[in-house]
Design a protein around this ligand. Structure first.
Ligand code: CP
Length: 307
C-alpha cells in the first residue's frame, strides 16, 4: 500500500496507513528477528543539509537493521551543493544510485521539490520550519504506546511554536483524531503560525487554546510536548537570548501535572527540561527516540515494498 510512496508532510498517509505502520513498528520492536534481512541489496541515501543526531542515525540504524545499506552526507559542504549544484540536480543524480532518499534541508518546500524530480521515494526529514513527518510518526507511536489511543486527549505544545516544525506536523496529524484538544503555550513572539491555528484547527473545528504560562494549563494536560527554542531560525541573537529560557520544566512545576500525563520532546533538549525531570516516570522522551527507530524501520520496509 505504501510501496513507492513519498512522505513529505503528515497528511500524506491516511489513518489506516498510519495504523498499519504503528502495528508493524510494534511487531518489529517485539521480535528483533522480524524483517531482519528484508532490505538486503537495497540502498538508502541520507542527505542532510542541516545537522541531525536522531533522525539521520535512526534512519541509518533502521536500514542497517533491515539488512540494507546506507550512503550520503551529514553536511552539505561535502557534497556538490557547495559548488552550486541545484537541489533538483542532486536529487535526480542520487535517485539513480539508490532505492530511497531521506533528506533534511533548511528550505521550506525542499522535500516537495525533491519528490517531484526523484524516481525513488523521498522521505522528508525536516524542511526548514515547515514539517518533520517522521518525527510525527515517532510522536504518534509514543503517545499510542503510553496512552493507549490517539484520540480523546489534551495535548499541550510548549516552547518555540513558531519555528518548531515538529509541533506543526504533530498538531496537524492529531487534528485527524476524535476528541483531541490542543493547547499552545508560548511567548507571544513564538506563537504557532496561522496556517496551523486558522488553516487547520479553526477550519476543522478542533478545540484549541493558547496560553503564555505553562503553570496555568499543565494540570489539564494528558501529553506535554516540550520543544527547544530554535536558535538556528532566529534572525538576531538578542531575541534568542531573551527567549531561550522562557520555559524550564522542573520537578516543582511537575507537581501540578496529572499523575498519568506524559512528557514528550523531539530532542535535542537544551535548557527547557531540567535534568532532574528525567527520572520522573512521566518523562518518556528517550523512549520516544527509540520508538523513532522502530517506526522508521516500518516506514522503510513499507515504502521499499518488502512487507
Ligand atoms: N528530533 C530530531 O529531529 O532530532 P535531530 O535534529 O537530532 O535529528
Amino acid at each position: 500500500m505504501l510501496k513507492g510512496r513519498h512522505l513529505i508532510e503528515p497528511g500524506d498517509f491516511n489513518l489506516e496507513e498510519l495504523e498499519g505502520l504503528f502495528s508493524l513498528a510494534e511487531k518489529i520492536e517485539a521480535d528483533g528477528a522480524y524483517l531482519r534481512e528484508s532490505c538486503r541489496g537495497k540502498l538508502l541515501a541520507t542527505l542532510f543539509f542541516e545537522p541531525s543526531t536522531r533522525t539521520r542515525l535512526s534512519f541509518e540504524a533502521a536500514m542497517l537493521r533491515l539488512g540494507g545499506s546506507c550512503l550520503g552526507f551529514a553536511e552539505p559542504g561535502s557534497s556538490s551543493a557547495a559548488k552550486g549544484e541545484s537541489l533538483s540536480d542532486t536529487i535526480r543524480t542520487v535517485s539513480c544510485y539508490t532505492d530511497a532518499i531521506v533528506m533534511r534541508n533548511p528550505k521550506e518546500g525542499a522535500a516537495l521539490l525533491a519528490s517531484r524530480v526523484s524516481d525513488v521515494p523521498v522521505i522528508n526529514a525536516g524542511d526548514g520550519g515547515h514539517h518533520h513527518p517522521t518525527q510525527t510518526l515517532t510522536d504518534l507511536l509514543t503517545i499510542r504506546r503510553f496512552r493507549g489511543e490517539l484520540g480523546n486527549l489534551t495535548i499541550g505544545f510548549c516552547g518555540d511554536l513558531k519555528f518548531g516544525r515538529t509541533v506543526h506536523s504533530l498538531a496537524k496529524a492529531l487534528s485527524r483524531y476524535p476528541g483531541v484538544r490542543e493547547i499552545f503555550i508560548s511567548p507571544p513572539e513564538l506563537r504557532a503560525p496561522d496556517y496551523i491555528i486558522r488553516g487547520i484547527l479553526e477550519k476543522e473545528m478542533i478545540p484549541y487554546g493558547e496560553a503564555e504560562k505553562l503553570e496555568d494549563v499543565i494540570g489539564d494536560l494528558d501529553v506535554l510536548y516540550m520543544t527547544r527554542v530554535q536558535r538556528e531560525r532566529f534572525f538576531n541573537e538578542e531575541d534568542y537570548i531573551r527567549l531561550k529560557d522562557f520555559y524550564i520544566l522542573t520537578k516543582a512545576r511537575m507537581e501540578n501535572a496529572k499523575r498519568d500525563m506524559i512528557i514528550l520532546h523531539p530532542l535535542p533538549r537544551v535548557t527547557e527540561i531540567a535534568a532532574e525531570v528525567d527520572g520522573d516516570p512521566r518523562a518518556v522522551y528517550f523512549k520516544q527516540a527509540k520508538y523513532g527507530m522502530y517506526v522508521r524501520m516500518a516506514l522503510l520496509a513499507s515504502v521499499l515494498g518488502v512487507v
